[in-house]
Design a protein around this ligand. Structure first.
Ligand SMILES: *[C@@H]1O[C@H](CO)[C@@H](O)[C@H](O)[C@H]1NC(C)=O
Ligand SMILES: *[C@@H]1O[C@H](CO)[C@@H](O)[C@H](O)[C@H]1NC(C)=O
Ligand SMILES: *[C@@H]1O[C@H](CO)[C@@H](O)[C@H](O)[C@H]1NC(C)=O
Length: 421
């Protein structure tokens, strides 16, 4: 079978699946996840703030405008209702989600295990970002999401516009308390945007106390994810396919996409293996918190631009961590060189903690170590668990013990050592 046959088969099967679901009447999301809460949360359009508030935490929804006009929905747990520490010094932490994910990914396991709650209860002022184009950040001062120009961005822009805007906003709110730096935690793309920003605008490194990279993605030379490896040769270069595919909305959180996933994941459906493959390629077997899964399904995928995908595929193909490849002619215009420039990661002088794992097929150990060899200030945290995978940083049922508590301990140590000033 050539690639067209495969493409047509997949597309045809998807369309048939959605069509047959439509014939059965409106899609029943209750049946979809067999979980009343997921059902309800889809209908009610609950936000991250609604979810954190439901556990008693003070919860805020902020709208932050970037220099290029995007309006980001950012959530905050400013203090802990248990500590009543609203008048005490609370160090700021920013958590930044991965690709097609959103702020909800951080809170899936509830107050006893999820990082935002644990941080709030440890005395921190917790901010959860949402990149442009995701469910909470589909607004712009001039562009509608119907306008193709809205979707002309990759994770480079998320780094240099969105993350800078959120950091500066958090530092300048009334509870910024004259702080001039924050702690940062990113997962997957949340690490890529950090590396892109901190190498492109190195002055921002001085606004960072400690940075934690979960499943760091920058160099992608040794990545083994089957789907990426298969698609890379077609879409990882400037050609007719990638131009057609580029600068569009991808996997938004709506009923059509939910229906696609519904069909792919049906037990008797032809493409069930695609669903199973996707799950098993992201999570270690048997140790994912399945109670948290329905809420994850109810909030994901949260949308992105196809250019973010293309940019990653370009990295996988070239082996370099570098800016978006527009093709020779436009590269000359934009960068003054035929090839896109590499990110000068040597300039990232903030303290970077790299949390990585053997079984992560999107952040290969070799690639993380290659990147680390170029970073001036780093601490390596290789996960002992040989089965630890990309998604385990969010949904492993022992994430508190192996990741969240050690991360908070590192921040505490920093705060203690720097509290005398
Ligand atoms: C799993 O997630 C559920 C739902 O958020 C939560 O109540 C529970 O504490 C979590 N369990 C573990 C072991 O993390
Ligand atoms: C919360 O987590 C701790 C540490 O993992 C565990 O000992 C405790 O039983 C958990 N409590 C609840 C209510 O799940
Ligand atoms: C988009 O942002 C503008 C300016 O903050 C606001 O007035 C408008 O209500 C927002 N639109 C949506 C759909 O959130």
């Amino acid at each position: 079978m050539n690639r067209f046959t495969v493409g047509f088969l997949i597309l045809g099967a998807l369309i048939l699946g959605v069509y047959s679901a439509a014939l059965d009447g409106p899609i029943d999301f209750y049946k979809l996840y067999d979980n009343p809460e997921a059902h309800i949360s889809l209908k009610e359009k609950k936000t991250t703030a609604d979810r954190t508030a439901s556990h008693g935490y003070p919860s805020e929804h902020h709208y932050i405008e970037t220099k290029d006009g995007y309006i980001l929905g950012v959530f905050r747990i400013p203090y802990s209702h248990k500590l009543q520490n609203q008048n005490e010094k609370r160090p700021i932490v920013l958590l930044q989600h991965g690709l097609t994910s959103c702020s909800d990914a951080w809170i899936l396991q509830g107050p006893n295990d999820s990082l935002p709650y644990l941080l709030a209860d440890a005395g921190y002022d917790v901010w959860m970002g949402n990149a442009r184009g995701t469910s909470y950040s589909r607004n712009h001062t001039k562009l509608s999401t119907e306008n193709p120009l809205f979707w002309q961005f990759s994770w480079h822009e998320i780094g240099i516009y969105d993350i800078t805007a959120i950091i500066d906003y958090a530092l300048h709110t009334e509870n910024g308390q004259d702080q001039d730096a924050i702690h940062y935690v990113g997962h997957s793309q949340g690490t890529t945007v950090y590396f892109a920003l901190m190498s492109s605008m190195p002055e921002y490194n001085y606004k960072i106390k400690t940075a934690h990279m979960f499943a760091p993605v920058a160099i992608m030379k040794h990545l083994t994810n089957a789907l990426v490896v298969k698609v890379g040769p077609y879409l990882g270069h400037r050609n007719a396919y990638s131009i057609l595919f580029g600068s569009q909305e991808f996997l938004p959180h709506n009923e059509f996409v939910m229906a696609l996933f519904f069909n792919i994941c049906q037990p008797d459906f032809l493409l069930r293996p695609v669903c199973e493959n996707a799950m098993s390629s992201l999570y270690s077997g048997g140790r994912v918190n399945m109670t948290a899964m329905p809420e994850g399904m109810a909030t994901h995928p949260a949308g992105c631009s196809t250019d973010q995908m293309l940019h990653y595929l370009q990295e996988q193909q070239s082996g370099y961590f570098r800016q978006f490849d527009h093709g020779t002619k436009k590269n000359l215009e934009v960068y003054g060189s035929e090839e896109p420039p590499e990110y000068p990661v040597e300039l990232i002088n903030s303290m970077v903690h790299l949390w990585y794992a053997d079984s992560d097929n999107l952040a290969a150990v070799e690639d993380v170590e290659l990147l680390a060899s170029r970073l001036p200030n780093k601490v390596m945290h290789h996960m002992d668990d040989p089965e630890w995978n990309h998604g385990d940083f969010a949904l492993n049922n022992e994430v508190r013990k192996y990741v969240n508590e050690p991360v908070i301990a590192i921040m505490e140590k920093y705060e203690l050592e720097n509290s005398s000033t």
